[in-house]
Design a protein around this ligand. Structure first.
Ligand code: AMP
Ligand code: ZN
Length: 470
């Protein structure tokens, strides 16, 4: 597989440090509010990447942090402390907010077909690791204390701006229009590793440390959580494009200073989902969440389909019209798969299977070209392959794309079957399908019994549920 590495700014063949094994790290959400569908674009594309690596035979271990403490990088930070702000908004404690929005994040992910990473670690669970790494950075001369905070000294590095050709004058952390500079810093780009003093004095969560009671800066959490679970060498680090600077730049600075060698081989950055008036935001304009899509009658998987139709290294513009088009195309696609289900039979033709699968892997091998991978689904449907081969291909592609096409098609087939049934039976069948979807098997069994008591047989087939008169 070839993948664009933001660190080298070229497409490179993906070769992990250890043959066959991939250590993958993902910057997780800051859990102060619901994720917007822009955030979720990033997680959808990372999910496809992880699943494709598994599809091609790699043994992947994926770790994600949860930012549940602070989100601060310097005392002149423009940002509010997002966690504190969330807690104040909802009159809850920071930990209550973190728990609620972590659960909400994974519920959204589940609806979008995003797999939960193997390890999910909240920053508040790793304070000892942060202290250990920061102490070592001070010892090695990469960090200093000033005004009660511990800063990373970026002037100690040969190359600090890894992803971009910035200079200190172009861009400096926390020094933007209308923002006070942090006078403690030796260099503009220095960033805080540990706070004991900040303008956010009412910080709820604080821990004891060799430098006084305080709390960690944002960047240190990802370096430490990654090293804790994945060791000294990381193959692949993911995030949204806005994470390149300063977040990932600072992660590299502190990790390599601590380890004394290269840390991460490949950097994968997903470009933004924007609205017509620019960047998506949780505070301005319509707050676009998965729940809002559902309220408006969209299947979350139609949004996933919308995302997969574009390459992850291009900005994507969200409009309701664009989503409507994707939702329509998604429905039509499922209807075509339903036709295959209805006429399925025979066995898989291996040669045809290999040929059509080749187009799919070729697309994803080329820097995760999901748009072309979606085209490969249409090519399967158009091809002269028999239905058994087509169905196997669609099912296999879906282990990566997670569009749930077969399930969606089964629902359509089920509806067709239900249409010939008396209304009472059809209603029970629908309720049973909903109970099965919600994994409420006790209720599903009870409904099955009600159906059979009324003189009908319920059969589960590869084509879906079939109900007929006994
Ligand atoms: P946050 O919860 O703010 O830490 O962001 C979670 C993830 O969403 C990060 O990887 C961000 O880079 C990414 N992200 C933020 N805004 C967008 C956007 N508009 N489109 C795509 N990804 C985004
Ligand atoms: Zn991170």
């Amino acid at each position: 597989m070839y993948i664009y590495n933001s660190a080298s700014r070229t497409k490179e063949e993906f070769i992990p440090y250890t043959e066959g094994k991939v250590k993958m790290y993902t910057c997780g959400p800051t859990v102060y509010h619901y994720a917007h569908i822009g955030n979720l674009r990033t997680y959808i594309m990372e999910d496809v990447l992880e699943k494709y690596l598994r599809f091609t035979g790699f043994d992947v271990t994926r770790v994600m942090n949860i930012t549940d403490v602070g989100h601060l990088t310097s005392d002149g930070d423009t940002g509010d402390d997002k966690m504190l702000k969330g807690a104040k908004r909802e009159h809850k404690t920071v930990m209550e907010i973190a728990k609620f929005y972590t659960d909400a994040f994974f519920a959204d992910c589940a609806k979008l077909g995003i797999k939960t990473p193997d390890v999910v670690e909240p920053a508040t669970g790793c304070i000892d690791e942060f202290i250990k790494v920061i102490s070592s950075l001070i010892e090695k001369g990469y960090a200093y204390e000033a005004g009660g905070n511990i800063y990373f000294d970026t002037s100690k590095l040969d190359k600090y701006y890894v992803f971009n050709d910035f200079t200190e004058e172009d861009l400096a952390v926390g020094v933007r229009d209308g923002v006070e500079a942090d006078e403690n810093k030796r260099n503009k780009a220095d960033f805080v590793l540990w706070f004991t003093k900040s303008k956010f004095e009412d910080q709820e969560l604080k821990w004891d440390s060799p430098w006084g009671v305080g709390y960690p800066g944002w960047h240190i959490e990802c370096s430490c959580i990654s090293m804790k679970h994945l060791g000294e060498y990381l193959d692949l680090h993911c995030g949204g494009i806005d994470n390149q600077f300063p977040h990932h730049t600072n992660e590299i600075a502190q990790s390599e200073a601590f380890l004394g060698h290269e840390w991460c081989k490949y950097w994968f950055h997903v470009h933004h989902l924007n609205t017509n008036d620019g960047k998506m935001s949780k505070s301005k304009g319509e707050f676009l969440t998965v729940s809002l899509l559902e309220e408006k009658g969209y299947d979350p998987l139609a949004y996933r389909f919308f995302c997969l139709q574009s390459h992850y290294r291009k900005n994507l513009v969200f409009t309701w019209e664009n989503l409507d088009n994707a939702a329509e195309a998604y429905k039509k696609l499922a209807a075509r798969v339903a036709q295959i289900l209805d006429g399925k039979g025979g066995s898989v033709n291996e040669a045809k299977y290999a040929e059509l699968k080749g187009a799919f892997t070729e697309a994803l091998d080329n820097d995760l070209n999901t748009a072309q991978a979606v085209t490969a689904i249409y090519d399967v449907l158009k091809s002269d392959a028999d239905n058994a081969t087509k169905l196997k291909l669609i099912e296999d592609f879906d282990t990566v794309l997670s569009l749930g096409l077969v399930k969606e098609a089964e629902k359509l087939s089920e509806k067709k079957e239900g249409g010939e049934l008396p209304a009472e039976i059809a209603e029970l069948a629908e309720k049973r399908a909903a109970a099965r979807k919600a994994k409420d098997f006790a209720l599903a069994d009870e409904l099955r019994k009600q159906i059979t008591d009324l003189g009908y047989i319920v059969e589960e087939t590869r084509q879906g549920t079939v109900i007929r008169k006994a």
